[in-house]
Design a protein around this ligand. Structure first.
Ligand SMILES: N[C@@H](CCC(=O)N[C@@H](CS)C(=O)NCC(=O)O)C(=O)O
Length: 197
């Protein structure tokens, strides 16, 4: 049995949403844990086995998975019949993996640098910047409804997440805003909120 360590209103929400999208709610035990919140509330939960006490964290017997991109890949590979990701051999597999890793390795860092008003030539040389990332996303979403074209995937869920959560801080474009709206209008999003209410 799979166990997901989850804290509502956090980065682990996307995994609960994915579980609903995939229809695998009966295959995953969702354990709510506390985390330290930026307003000073909460705190590290001894019940959470994540090495840093973070969420999300997925446990499958002896196997432990951290980082949203890895957890998403693990679940979409484990339950291919759910149809939330192109499988190895599919010509969109590379794009799928690239979007997940681009989110973790580029978009989230540049969004945080911008929020923290951090600028340094080394950061720009390594990650480019928020405007560059936004332009790349916008260019794709101006010509197709989902990141992989006409097919919704778990990559849409992961990357739309912060635009929805940090509406006031994450500058966007009309094409991106419409895509976020499309993602967050999906019935699984409402089911995910109820699943852990
Ligand atoms: N890179 C990790 C980040 C996980 C993360 O920072 N989660 C936050 C929740 S929004 C957390 O658990 N914070 C508690 C802490 O830092 O102790 C991922 O993408 O899964």
């Amino acid at each position: 049995m799979l166990t997901l360590y989850h804290a509502p209103q956090s980065r682990s929400d996307v995994i609960v949403e994915l579980i609903e999208e995939m229809g695998i709610r009966d295959k995953v035990t969702i354990r709510q844990v506390t985390i330290p919140r930026q307003d000073g509330s909460g705190g590290r939960d001894p019940a959470n086995p994540h090495p840093e006490g973070k969420v999300p964290y997925l446990v499958n017997g002896e196997d432990h998975v951290r980082e949203r991109g890895a957890i998403i890949t693990y679940l979409t590979d484990m339950f291919p019949e759910a149809g939330l990701a192109p499988l190895p051999g599919d010509p969109r597999r590379g794009a799928y993996l690239a979007w997940l890793f681009w989110y973790q390795g580029v978009l989230e860092p540049v969004a945080i640098f911008q929020f923290a008003e951090l600028e340094h030539p080394v950061l720009t040389a390594t990650f480019r910047d928020y405007d560059t990332a936004l332009a790349e996303l916008d260019e794709v979403l101006r010509r197709q409804p989902w990141l992989l074209g006409d097919r919704f995937s778990a990559a849409d869920l992961l990357i739309a997440g912060p635009f929805n959560f940090f509406k006031d801080q994450m500058r966007s474009t009309p094409a991106i805003a419409e895509w976020v709206q499309r993602v967050y209008s999906r019935p699984a999003i409402a089911r995910a909120a109820e699943a852990v209410a």
